[in-house]
Design a protein. Structure first.
Length: 214
């Protein structure tokens, strides 16, 4: 029998690009995985699945009513789900608040739109069916900046801040010059960014899709 694997374990086999493999190792450490997933109770696991499935299928979270408060507290401590003002606001990697990333999962292939943090211009990226390859990009030279930093109180927010898509190398440079200290992170091409995202989010999202459709 294979060892029980944390649902959050990234699929390192997808990181075929050496730079992506390096970024993945820096971003997803054992300590980080353990703080999210170790000892997840069945009740928390079920609740988490139900919340993610709702985001995936309807684009919205469910209400909090069906969930026990201690289960939601546990998911919040693990930085997997956050409740704000009595509503589920975040379930890593989904958020109800407007972010600079818009992902359309209803249609296939998926269409991703990201706003450049410097000039706010959008980059539209259309992905292959398996989510691993870019079919087209409105700005092929866009750069994905992946900052290496500790996750704060909120995963979906902090991921949004630490993974940024710049419309051009020049705008990524602009941002770097405006940082107080030399920021730690990886400057990735769009394709490298897609590969990194697939390796991190693919395993647990696919597990939900598989279980929801079986
Ligand atoms: Zn820009």
């Amino acid at each position: 029998m294979p060892p029980t694997q944390s649902p959050g374990t990234p699929d390192r086999s997808l990181a075929t690009d050496p730079k992506v493999a390096e970024a993945l190792a820096a971003l997803v450490t054992e300590a980080r995985l353990a703080s999210r997933w170790a000892g997840l109770s069945q009740a928390s696991d079920m609740a988490h699945k139900r919340i993610l499935t709702s985001f995936l299928e309807r684009g919205d979270p469910p209400g909090i009513e069906p969930f026990q408060a201690d289960v939601l507290d546990d998911l919040s401590r693990r930085d997997l789900v956050h409740v704000r003002d009595g509503k589920i606001a975040l379930a890593y990697p989904f958020a109800t608040d407007r972010t600079d990333f818009f992902v359309s999962v209803a249609g296939r292939p998926a269409l991703v739109t990201c706003l450049c943090p410097v000039c706010r211009s959008p980059t539209h990226v259309s992905l292959s069916e398996d989510g691993l390859t870019i079919k087209s990009a409105s700005k092929p030279d866009a750069r994905v900046w992946t900052g290496i930093q500790e996750v704060g109180a909120c995963a979906a927010d902090s991921q949004c801040k630490s993974m940024l898509l710049f419309c051009s190398p020049a705008h990524l440079d602009d941002r770097k010059y405006n940082q107080p200290a030399d920021p730690r992170g990886f400057d990735l091409t769009l394709q490298q960014g897609v590969q990194l995202g697939a390796a991190i989010f693919g395993p647990f999202l696919q597990r939900h899709i598989r279980e929801a459709t079986s």
